[in-house]
Design a protein around this ligand. Structure first.
Ligand code: GDP
Ligand code: GDP
Length: 437
C-alpha cells in the first residue's frame, strides 16, 4: 500500500510549494478540485518506481495567547493521524522559532516517523543556520529548496527508505487475470448493499480480515469463471454474514484502493445527483489512469423527472470521465447487475488490451489518409508508425516528424479511431508523440 506523507509546519514555510513539487504534473486534477478540499489537499507523488500519497495541511494557526497545540488546526491533527510519516517543514530564513518548538513537541508525542525539512535553503545548505535546527531533536535536518527543487530527492530517499515496497509483482499481476476491483463512492451511496448482494449471489472464495485498521479488507470471489478481488474502499467490516461500512469517507483509503485496483467502480446515488464529493472522487480516479465504470445506484427510487435531471448533472459534472460507461442499477432490487458485470469485465480487458505495431501503424495511416493533420508554418506533421507503450492505461506512442505541432483536436480524432477499432470501453487511452527531429 502506498505510504502517506503529511507536510506539517507553520504558515509560509513553503508547504504548498513543496506539495506542488512532490506531486509535480500529477497535481493538475487535485488542483482543479482544491476548492473542494479547503482544509487538506491530497496528491500522488513518486520517486522512481516508488509511489506515495502527500497531504498538504492548511498549517498551524498559531495564537500566542492560547498556545499552539490548542490552536492547532484540526486538519493538521487529522493529516498527521492519517500519515505514515511526517515531513516537518521549517524556514531557514526565519530561523528556529518558538512555534517550531511547539510543533516539534506535538509531533514527538505522535509516535510517527518525522523528517525535518529546512526549506528556502537555496545557496545556504552550508549555512551555520542549519545547525540550529538540530535543537528540535528531529534528527538530521534536510536542507531543501521547494521553490528551486533542490535537496528534494535526497530528503525523499530518507523518508521512503523505511517503507516496504514489496517485490515487483506489477508485471506478474497483468498475467494474473484477476480483476482487482475497488468500489468507490461517498458514504450511503450503497457500497455495502451492492457488495453484499454480489457476495450473496457469487461464490465467495476467500476472505481476509485485516490485522490492523491500516490493512485493507480484501475479498476474493468468482463470477462465471472470472476471478475478482474486491479491494476495500468503504471501510467495510464484516458483521456476521454481511458487510457494513463503519467508517466515514476517507480520501486516503480511497486513493490507496484506487492505486491498488485495476478497475474502479464509482457509485453515485441517484437520489442525490452528482455532488461535489462525487466529482472530487471521479477526479482522483481520472488522475490515477485506472479503468472506471460509473454506476448510478438507487435507480429504483427516482422518478422520470429526477432521471432527466441526473442525466444532465452527469453530463455537466462528469464530462471529464466521458470514456467511462454509465449504468443505472439498483443494488437493493438487484437490477442492472448483469450489464454492470459485463461493463467491468470490458473495462478490464480494455485496460490490458494488446495492440500490435502493424495494426496500430495501419490505423494511424488510415486515419491520416482520411484526414490530414493541419500544417503548422512550413512543415506538416508526418505520422510514420505507432507502437504500444504500456497498459492500464493503454499508451500509444506515435513516431514521425514535426509531431509537436499536432493539435489536441487531431489527437482526439486519432484517439477516437483507435478506441473504435479496439472497442475500448472504460479505460483512458494515452497518446504520446515522438518526433525523430
Ligand atoms: P505554506 O503556507 O507553508 O504552504 O507556504 P507556501 O508554499 O505558500 O510558501 C510561502 C512563501 O514562501 C511563498 O512566497 C513561496 O514562494 C516561498 N517559498 C516556498 N519555497 C521556497 C523556497 O524554497 N525558497 C524561497 N526563497 N522561497 C520559497
Ligand atoms: P454505503 O455507506 O455506501 O455502504 O451505503 P449502504 O449500502 O449502507 O446504503 C445506504 C442506504 O441506501 C441504505 O439504507 C440502503 O438500504 C440504501 N440503498 C442501497 N442501495 C439501494 C438501492 O439500490 N435502492 C434504494 N432505494 N436504496 C438503496
Amino acid at each position: 500500500m502506498k505510504p502517506v506523507i503529511a507536510l506539517v509546519g507553520r504558515p509560509n514555510v513553503g508547504k504548498s510549494t513543496l506539495f506542488n513539487r512532490l506531486t509535480k504534473s500529477r497535481d493538475a486534477i487535485v488542483a482543479d478540485f482544491a476548492g473542494l478540499t479547503r482544509d487538506r489537499h491530497y496528491g500522488d507523488g513518486r520517486l522512481g518506481d516508488r509511489e506515495f500519497i502527500v497531504i498538504d495541511t492548511g498549517g498551524f494557526e498559531p495564537d500566542s495567547s492560547t498556545g499552539i497545540v490548542k490552536e492547532m488546526a484540526k486538519q493538521t491533527r487529522q493529516a498527521v493521524a492519517e500519515a505514515d510519516a511526517v515531513v516537518f517543514v521549517v524556514d531557514i530564513r526565519l530561523g528556529l522559532s518558538a512555534q517550531d518548538q511547539d510543533i516539534a513537541r506535538y509531533l514527538r508525542a505522535c509516535n510517527k516517523r518525522i523528517y525535518l525539512a529546512v526549506n528556502k535553503a537555496e545557496g545556504m545548505s552550508e549555512s551555520p543556520l542549519l545547525g540550529e535546527f538540530h535543537e528540535l531533536g528531529m534528527g538530521e535536518p534536510h536542507p531543501i529548496s521547494a521553490a528551486h527543487g533542490q535537496g528534494i530527492r535526497s530528503m525523499l530517499e530518507a523518508v521512503l527508505e523505511g517503507f516496504d515496497y514489496g517485490d515487483e509483482d506489477g508485471e506478474g499481476a497483468e498475467e494474473e487475470q484477476v480483476i482487482r476491483l475497488a468500489v468507490a463512492g461517498r458514504p450511503n451511496v450503497g457500497k455495502s448493499t451492492l457488495i453484499n448482494t454480489w457476495l450473496g449471489e457469487e461464490r465467495l472464495v476467500a476472505f481476509d480480515m485485516p490485522g490492523t485498521t491500516r490493512d485493507a479488507i480484501s475479498v476474493d470471489f468468482e463470477r462465471q469463471g472470472q476471478k475478482f478481488k474486491l479491494i476495500d474502499t468503504a471501510g467495510l467490516r464484516r458483521k456476521g454474514k454481511v458487510f457494513e461500512a463503519i467508517e466515514k469517507f476517507s480520501v486516503v483509503k480511497t486513493l490507496q484502493a484506487i492505486a491498488d485496483a485495476n478497475v474502479v467502480l464509482l457509485l453515485i446515488d441517484a437520489t442525490q445527483g452528482v455532488t461535489d464529493q462525487d466529482a472530487h472522487i471521479a477526479g482522483y480516479i481520472l488522475d490515477s489512469g485506472r479503468a472506471v465504470v460509473v454506476a448510478i445506484n438507487k435507480w429504483d427510487a427516482v422518478d422520470s423527472y429526477q432521471r432527466e435531471m441526473l442525466q444532465r448533472s452527469i453530463e455537466a459534472r462528469l464530462s471529464f470521465l466521458k470514456f467511462a460507461p454509465v449504468l443505472n442499477i439498483s443494488a437493493l432490487k438487484r437490477q442492472g447487475l448483469g450489464p454492470l458485470w459485463n461493463a467491468l469485465a470490458d473495462a478490464y480487458s480494455s485496460a490490458y488490451k494488446k495492440m500490435t505495431t502493424p495494426v496500430l501503424t495501419r490505423l494511424i495511416q488510415e486515419a491520416v489518409q482520411h484526414q490530414q493533420p493541419q500544417r503548422s508554418g512550413v512543415s506538416r506533421p508526418k505520422l510514420r508508425y505507432a507502437h504500444q507503450g504500456g497498459m492500464n492505461p493503454p499508451i500509444v506512442v506515435i513516431h514521425g516528424n514535426a509531431l509537436d505541432s499536432v493539435s489536441d483536436a487531431y489527437k482526439r480524432y486519432l484517439e477516437g479511431r483507435i478506441r473504435a477499432h479496439y472497442k475500448l470501453s472504460g479505460t483512458p487511452l494515452r497518446i504520446e508523440m515522438r518526433s525523430s527531429k
